[in-house]
Ligand binder design. Structure first.
Ligand code: FES
Length: 74
């Protein structure tokens, strides 16, 4: 699913970066996530937190109404 509609960045792309050890700030700089309207920041941060090295389980399901709204807009 697309997390950042403005920059068309998916949860998979964010997860790949997070698994590679990038933090939110690095991903934001690299991909432009949450650099325009900013509505995706919470969702993007959650994906990063779930997929950061050291997390036992990384899943990419919808967790919040905000994420569902972003998915519906994509
Ligand atoms: S949805 Fe990511 S900056 Fe607008």
């Amino acid at each position: 699913m697309i997390v950042c509609v403005c920059r068309r960045v998916s949860d998979k792309t964010i997860a790949q970066c997070a698994r590679a050890g990038m933090g939110f700030d690095d991903i934001q700089l690299e991909l432009g996530v949450a650099t325009q309207c900013g509505r995706c920041e919470g969702c993007a941060r959650q994906v990063v937190a779930e997929c950061a090295p050291g997390q036992a389980i990384a899943h990419l399901q919808l967790h919040t109404a905000e994420q569902a709204r972003h998915a519906a807009l994509a």
